[in-house]
Design a protein around this ligand. Structure first.
Ligand code: F3S
Length: 78
């Protein structure tokens, strides 16, 4: 099981992840990517039927901004 979120400090708003996996990624008003299913919290697992498209986006992000973990991400620090 995978959990994912976008490190928006590394995202350059290239848009590739949303093109590859539109069910998983969306953009903020600034064009930075975020996960659609949990608003970039990284607390909900990637659905099994989306694994392949998730991995494709994960591998192709030019800056490595898409994070991956086998457990939920901790709450973001304020
Ligand atoms: Fe950003 Fe990488 Fe997506 S640079 S827009 S997270 S492919």
């Amino acid at each position: 099981m995978y959990y994912t979120k976008v490190n928006q400090d590394s995202c350059i708003a290239c848009g590739l992840c949303q093109i590859i996996a539109p069910d998983l990624f969306d953009y903020t008003s600034d064009g930075l990517a975020l996960t659609k299913m949990d608003n970039n919290a990284g607390t909900l697992p990637v659905p099994a039927e989306r694994f392949d498209t998730f991995l494709d986006a994960y591998r192709k992000c030019p800056t490595g901004a898409i994070l991956r973990s086998d457990r939920p991400f901790p709450p973001a620090e304020q």
